[in-house]
Write a protein that binds this ligand. Structure first.
Ligand SMILES: [Zn+2]
Length: 168
């Protein structure tokens, strides 16, 4: 059973749905003072919207569902993309960054969605990971993982802060 999308026969409707977590924090949880912005603000970045429109909602349409939430993540992990099942993605973002840093992380994670969605990247059942035609181990250092190199190169190229867009 392949967890990832193969090129699918026929056209499927693509939709992107962003769900913002509105649940109140638990009372025993201290609200971090750095969380000065909402997920809606994170998602509003023009270069992110453009990437989703140009690269993730592009013919031939394939169904995909992307849910973005604030994660409970390890402090050293800034973002995490999981393919929950075929065509259903879950992106978790760390709360500890500035708005623009968080948007940059989201762009990186959306590129992982792109990689999975277009079958460049595949999380294999036996614990390995396939990038294009080669199989790698998760033991490979982050900086040496070709899918991370690809995601970083592409997000460096595509990501623009909105203040840059405004010429500030
Ligand atoms: Zn990554």
């Amino acid at each position: 059973m392949r967890k990832l999308l193969l090129l699918i026969l026929g056209l499927l409707i693509f939709f992107l749905q962003i769900v913002e977590e509105t649940k109140p924090v638990q009372s025993n949880y201290i609200v971090p003072t750095f969380k000065r912005f909402t997920l809606s603000q994170v998602l509003r970045n023009k270069s992110i919207v453009k990437f989703v429109n140009d690269s993730l909602i592009r013919a031939p349409f394939k169904s995909a569902y992307i849910d973005v939430k604030w994660g409970p993540l390890h402090p050293r992990i800034l973002g995490l993309t999981t393919e929950v099942k075929e065509g259903i993605f879950f992106i978790q973002l760390s709360r500890g960054l500035s708005l623009e840093e968080t948007q940059r992380v989201l762009m990186h994670e959306l590129i992982h969605v792109y990689q999975f969605h277009y079958n460049l990247l595949e999380d294999l059942p036996g614990g390995g990971i396939r990038w294009e035609t080669k199989i790698y181990s998760w033991d490979l250092a982050w900086k040496e993982r070709p899918w991370e190199i690809h995601a970083e190169a592409l997000s460096t190229k595509l990501f623009k802060t909105d203040s840059t867009n405004l010429g500030n």
